[in-house]
Design a protein around this ligand. Structure first.
Ligand code: CTP
Length: 366
């Protein structure tokens, strides 16, 4: 059980979202609205998220303070609980997460910085966002789930998502219809399972919170990013739709309509196959979108590319794959073929990662 103390501060508005996501990840959450927080949020906001309680129903082993004001940070750092029950629980808990919600001037104040340093030294898990104020919902959830140590704790997973664009001239490109949803679902689930996640995002609009984000455009940029990140990674999931062809030459100016346009295409480098050659011990998952029999194509790519797993799907079916929120896939490895019937991309991602976790532990790579 995780006891979630919502403190006073603008970050309190993110608290229902945080509790909802923690519960969706399978955690029991009870919320306590700390003194002053009701000026920002009421218990009704948690109706579909988590129960709001006066005292927790059992002694919590994990406590999350979000938002934590500078006052809470000071009291936790200096054991000044001031009669506040939840801060007493924090003293007895195994794992305490603190997401400070500080404006820029407060965050710079020497006394506050000293308190934050004390907390860190005492083993509190500080959750600091990339921007001003409290960390985002995704950052808080990722930090808590990562800190709890899921089956992927201690591993780094690189995920490619989206679709590459190959430039024809200064304004035109050849691209594909990948939305990036499948890759982002894999990244999100890997994060929930405790991994550190890097996303190489080809033309994906929405940045995924909690992951390291590497935006790229073309196959060449994606290859450079993947080859660089692969050195530090345990697993690579190539969910992006990578262009198989690129224009033989890139024209530097916009081609005029009256001049007509003929483009010769040449094959791109196969990133998956190259990364396999460069990093033989990396666990590599590829995708194969096929018109027709997905298993046969997946088996063929498993051996031709040297992947550990190929996810096959039949894109001739309506309502799955590109752009959709659902997918239906076959997870094909050397010894196994697992059918994942039509499900949300989140559930499909979880099924893929389940196979990955079991195969990685078989190989002793975890
Ligand atoms: N892929 C890659 N580099 C490329 C093309 C594809 O790494 N230049 C990866 C994709 O991200 C995917 C897998 O390889 O995970 C299979 O992609 P696909 O286009 O089906 O493979 P191809 O080798 O291009 O096979 P086909 O002849 O069917 O197009």
């Amino acid at each position: 059980m995780i006891l979630f103390s919502v403190g006073p501060g603008p970050g309190a508005l993110s608290a229902p979202g945080i509790s909802r996501e923690l519960r969706e990840a399978g955690l029991d959450v009870e919320v306590i609205l700390a003194p002053g927080s009701r000026a920002f949020i009421g218990s009704v906001a948690f109706a579909d998220a988590a129960p709001v309680v006066e005292t927790p129903s059992w002694t919590p082993k994990i406590v999350l303070f979000a938002p934590a004001s500078s006052g809470t940070v000071a009291r936790l750092a200096r054991s000044l609980n001031g009669g506040n029950a939840i801060e007493e629980y924090a003293g007895a808990s195994k794992l305490v997460f603190v997401a400070p919600d500080l404006d820029a001037a407060t965050a710079r104040h020497p006394a506050v910085r000293k308190n934050l340093a004390l907390l860190r030294d005492d083993g509190f898990r500080l959750i600091e966002g990339s921007g001003e104020g409290m960390a985002s919902v995704g950052e808080v959830v990722a930090a808590v789930l990562g800190g709890l140590g899921g089956p992927l704790a201690g591993t780094r997973v690189v995920v490619t998502a989206g679709g590459t664009r190959e430039p024809i001239d200064s304004v035109r490109f050849v691209g594909n219809r990948s939305s990036g949803k499948m890759g982002l679902a894999v990244a999100r689930e890997a994060l929930r399972l405790g991994a550190e996640v890097s996303v190489v995002a080809a033309n994906v609009e929405q940045v995924e919170p909690g992951v390291d984000w590497f935006p790229v455009e073309s196959v060449r940029e994606m290859k450079d990013a993947v080859m660089e990140l692969a050195g530090e990674a345990n697993a690579l999931v190539m969910a992006a739709a990578v262009s198989d062809f690129t224009p033989a030459e890139r024209l530097s100016e916009k081609v005029r309509r009256r001049d007509g346009l003929r483009v010769e295409f040449v094959p791109t480098d196969d990133i998956l196959a190259e990364v396999r050659r460069g990093y033989p011990r990396l666990f590599v998952i590829g995708f194969a979108a096929t018109h027709g029999d997905p298993i046969a194509d997946a088996r063929e790519k498993l051996s031709s590319k040297g992947a550990n797993i190929i996810i096959g799907n039949d894109i001739s079916q309506a309502g799955i794959g590109f752009g959709s929120d659902e997918n239906e896939v076959y997870v094909v490895s050397e010894d196994e073929e697992k059918f994942v019937p039509l499900a949300s991309k989140t559930d499909v991602a979880r099924a893929i990662l389940d196979v990955m976790i079991s195969e990685m532990s078989n190989e002793g790579r975890e």
